[in-house]
Write a protein that binds this ligand. Structure first.
Ligand SMILES: O=C(O)CCC(=O)C1=CC=C[C@@H](O)[C@@H]1C(=O)O
Ligand SMILES: [Mg+2]
Length: 355
């Protein structure tokens, strides 16, 4: 069920990044002084990813992360780059607050799931479900193991990454809620694809539902905030950086206010970022003053780090790191990966030129 990444390749990799001609022009216009490409192996396969890749950009205010997933469409990738340009040029607000975390439980066997929960110190767990490589019975066993490790008072969320039809989700969620035991599920994150399905599912099952892909890929943050869904998953860099993400949330909540009686829980989550992107997540959580456990504990899913010091996880909280500094002695990224990111930046530059 779980594919483990080879030990031999467990080191993070980092190389200076040479943009192509259009990318170089874009970087100069955006005040980017230096850039690097990174590749960090994952401990376990996570949403089909075994190596997390992306760019680190340095501007006058510091480091920023531009790491849209390879399969992201160009406009979503461009928004992510725009966010990185903003962070590199203007920096993050200070000071950043520590935030409570959820432990992220990938599609692993029940014993591994329980161990991840126990090691995390978190009182909220987010369990990945509905993976094509596993069954509903596997999901139920994983959730039971998580409940046993978490104790009766912990909260359990599940994330289906839009894998189910409305009918499948309507059948599966009550069973997962039962497996979660006391209190059931805190919420189910993106069980189905469309916002209409999510709203109908929450109404039909009475189980709280959160939107994720509808926001970060579908661009429907405002609609989600007005929809009556129980929670909204907000990711700083895919939404154009922490300042823009916070502004979009504030605008959306203002617009929704007259008709919506209860605002959704705002859950700031990682995009499997390095410590650079996670710092932007901390900035967003600080600005939104969200009390919900954040999905920013994902460094545990990686084998290694590109920074000399990362935001620190302690007792289920993430604490900011004062200075972001890249390690100086990492092995280089493969030519194929470097070329892929050169092409990605050329494509993003073409999009910016059309604006
Ligand atoms: O929210 C968390 O606990 C961790 C982050 C996480 O689950 C994700 C990070 C990156 C890509 C996504 O597919 C995935 C998610 O769907 O929320
Ligand atoms: Mg999600």
């Amino acid at each position: 069920m779980t594919s483990h990444v080879e030990d031999s390749g467990s080191s993070a990799r980092l190389s200076p990044f040479e943009p192509g001609p259009d990318g170089a022009e874009l970087f100069t216009a955006q005040g980017i002084e230096r850039a690097w490409v990174f590749a960090v192996p994952m401990r376990v396969k996570f949403r089909n990813i075994t190596v997390r890749e992306g760019l680190i950009l340095q501007g006058s205010a510091g480091l920023a992360e531009a790491a849209p997933f390879r399969n992201y469409p160009p406009p979503v990738a461009a928004t992510w780059f725009a966010g990185a340009f903003a962070v590199a040029a203007r920096g993050l607000p200070a000071p950043l607050s520590p935030v409570p975390l959820n432990v992220t439980v990938p599609v692993v066997d029940p014993d591994t799931a329980a161990r991840l929960v126990r090691e995390s110190g978190c009182s909220t767990a987010k369990v990945k479900v509905a993976d094509p490589r596993s069954s509903l019975e596997d999901d139920i066993a994983r959730i039971r193991a998580v409940r046993a490790a978490l104790g009766a008072t912990g909260k359990i969320r599940v994330d289906a990454n839009a894998a189910w039809s409305l009918a499948e989700a309507t059948a599966a969620l009550p069973r997962l809620g039962e497996a979660a035991g006391p209190g059931g599920l805190q919420y189910a994150e993106q069980p189905c694809q469309t916002l209409a399905e999510l709203v109908e599912l929450q109404r039909a099952t009475g189980i709280p539902v959160a939107a994720d892909e509808t926001i970060r890929l579908g661009g429907q943050l405002t609609e989600v905030l007005a929809s009556g869904l129980a929670a909204a998953v907000i990711k700083a860099m895919p939404l154009g950086g922490p300042a823009r993400a916070a502004a979009l949330v504030a605008d959306g909540l203002r617009a929704a206010a007259p008709g919506v009686t209860s605002a959704p829980l705002l859950v700031v989550s990682s995009a499997l970022d390095t410590g650079v992107g996670l710092s932007a997540g901390l900035a967003l959580a600080t600005q939104l003053r969200t009390k919900a456990a954040c999905g920013l504990g994902t460094l545990r899913l990686c084998t290694d780090s590109i920074l000399t010091a990362d935001p620190r996880i302690e007792n289920g909280f993430l604490y900011p790191v004062e200075t972001l500094e890249l390690k100086g002695n990492l092995p280089p990224v493969s030519p194929e990966v470097q070329q892929w990111w050169r092409n990605r930046v050329e494509q993003v530059a073409a999009g910016f030129a059309r604006l």
